[in-house]
Design a protein around this ligand. Structure first.
Ligand code: ZN
Ligand code: ZN
Length: 290
């Protein structure tokens, strides 16, 4: 088969075979094209289907230009976001399932995958609950926002439970508690969306809501979903005593608790079981539309 032509700079790409996979690399600009399944193979630090989790429905309109797939004639590629929650955006071909990454995106991707799972033990649990993929992990290297514009890297440990929605919720959708004190490195990106009030005072006092379309947002926050979230906030759930916070994006319900000293928490999966079930119930109610 003829060599691919780089969709970024127009030069011919060369096939590079390493670790049993053949990737197409552009010697001129450093871009890489990965066939379907190759991204999962390369991201050895993480278990699970990173490719499926990275195909979001957000437009990433700021990340133009659109490019055509180097494998499929005239097929435009779509911008997608690594794991949906990073701000690493690259091209995805909906026809052949391939991914195209600019040179700096390859480096950023390796960094973030390493940061999210510093070692294989960092992920404690991964499994399906009903239709939801659930991950329980211990996250380190958190950037904590001490003051505006002052980022301090700490090496504490946080417990993170992620319950992924079956599909994506509306673009820009986000529900979070006012007290949310921390940000993962690069996680959750920047949101160019407005605050939405649901009119339910109890709920609006506890949570901030963002989205691009009020009606779409409201359809996911009916009284069932709001009641579940208000009661969750009232219970002040905690696995090991420190406070935890909830952050819901268009892809998942995430609970983060900590900080704890960087020691191994040995029974985390067992100890977090009831909380996982409650988060799955919340994900069900938020994903359902009224
Ligand atoms: Zn190139
Ligand atoms: Zn393609």
């Amino acid at each position: 088969m003829a060599n691919l032509v780089c969709p970024s700079c127009g030069q011919e790409m060369t096939e590079l075979i390493a670790d049993d996979i053949a990737t197409d690399v552009c010697d001129a600009c450093g871009s890489v094209f990965l066939d379907k399944t190759e991204l999962n193979t390369l991201a050895t630090g993480m278990a699970g289907d990173i490719e499926a989790l990275s195909i979001d429905k957000d437009l990433h309109a700021e990340q133009l230009p659109r490019r055509a797939c180097p494998k499929c004639p005239d097929q435009p590629m779509k911008k997608v976001n690594l794991l949906r929650v990073s701000d690493i955006v690259f091209d995805y071909c909906p026809l052949c399932g391939g991914f195209f990454l600019d040179k700096d995106k390859v480096r950023d991707m390796n960094l973030i995958l390493k940061e999210m799972t510093p070692n294989r033990k960092a992920e404690e649990y991964r499994g399906m609950h009903g239709n939801h993929l659930v991950r329980v992990d211990q996250a380190e290297d958190i950037v904590q926002l001490e003051h505006v514009a002052l980022l301090q890297v700490t090496h504490s440990r946080y417990i993170r439970i992620s319950v992924f929605f079956t599909g994506n919720l509306p673009s820009g959708f986000r529900v979070f508690q006012e007290s949310w004190p921390m940000r993962f490195i690069k996680a959750f990106g920047l949101f160019h969306t407005k605050d939405v009030k649901t009119g339910d005072e109890r709920f609006d006092n506890l949570f901030r809501v963002r989205g691009e379309n009020d009606e779409d947002v409201a359809s996911h926050l009916d009284s069932d979903a709001r009641d579940a979230l208000v009661s969750f906030a009232g219970e002040k759930n905690s696995i090991y005593g420190r406070s935890g916070d909830l952050d819901i994006t268009s892809s998942s319900v995430v609970y983060v608790e900590g900080p704890y000293p960087p020691t191994t928490l040995s029974n985390l999966v067992e100890d977090s079981r009831s909380l996982v079930l409650e988060l799955v119930a919340i994900a069900d109610k938020v994903e359902a539309t009224s």
